[in-house]
Design a protein around this ligand. Structure first.
Ligand code: DC
Length: 210
């Protein structure tokens, strides 16, 4: 059996990696998994139970009872869900509980997965790895446009501050910190529109998968 085609897309929030990963999956005819949803849904389950997402035992129990349908909830975005996801994501037992699902998703038919540790931890042998990034100001601007278009009442400064805090937590946590894999290609989208980012990413991925 040939090695499954795994495309690992990592990077910070609002770097454009989600849009890019979805488009790459469609173009390559591969299944797509937004792994951030696993952490978001885990955090949400803890909040539903009136618990504390920073509590390792509660968070691990929630990760272990996660079901695929929990990923379809409409309340996985927004400041409260962002914070809960970041808290559960820093807990090693949560990451361990979510590992098999992610590996299983890609193992059968290949996949495009986006997250923070796909190229470093989940699929370290993936043939194609991209680390998608953009400046904090640009990422905050994009996220601000997204939240205000949904009618949420947040200022650009709030969005920027929360994003900087989350970046800091994701980069400095002991468990699977956000960093490019040694063999990842870094794609900075600060000055690229989504089409330009997609074209560049397709070139890199095609070359790696060839
Ligand atoms: O990509 P996102 O914003 O939906 O991710 C939500 C949170 O989960 C964020 O704090 C980073 C974390 N995360 C992670 O630690 N590992 C992943 N593979 C995906 C997301």
């Amino acid at each position: 059996m040939s090695t499954p085609q795994i495309v690992a897309i990592d990077g910070p929030a609002a770097s454009g990696k989600g849009t890019l990963a979805r488009r790459l999956a469609a173009a390559l005819d591969l299944p797509y998994l937004d792994t951030g949803l696993l952490y978001r849904a885990t955090g949400r389950l803890v909040l539903d139970a009136g618990g504390n997402p920073a509590d390792p035992a509660q968070a691990e129990a929630a990760a272990r009872r996660l079901k695929p349908e929990n990923l379809d909830r409409a309340d996985l975005r927004g400041p409260e869900a962002d914070m809960a996801a970041s808290q559960v994501a820093s807990i090693p037992a949560v990451r361990a509980a979510l590992l098999d699902f992610q590996r299983g998703f890609g193992a059968a038919h290949g996949a495009v997965l986006d997250g923070r540790d796909i190229g470093t931890v989940i699929f370290p042998a993936a043939p194609a790895k991209l680390f998608v990034t953009a400046s904090l100001d640009e990422r905050a601007r994009r996220r601000f446009l997204e939240v205000t278009s949904k009618g949420l009442d947040e200022t650009l400064e709030d969005v920027r501050r929360e994003m900087a805090e989350r970046d800091e937590a994701d980069r400095n946590r002991a468990a699977a910190p956000l960093r490019p894999a040694d063999d990842a290609v870094v794609l900075d989208t600060t000055t690229l529109d989504p089409d330009a980012a997609f074209c560049r990413a397709m070139e890199i991925v095609r070359e790696r998968l060839a």
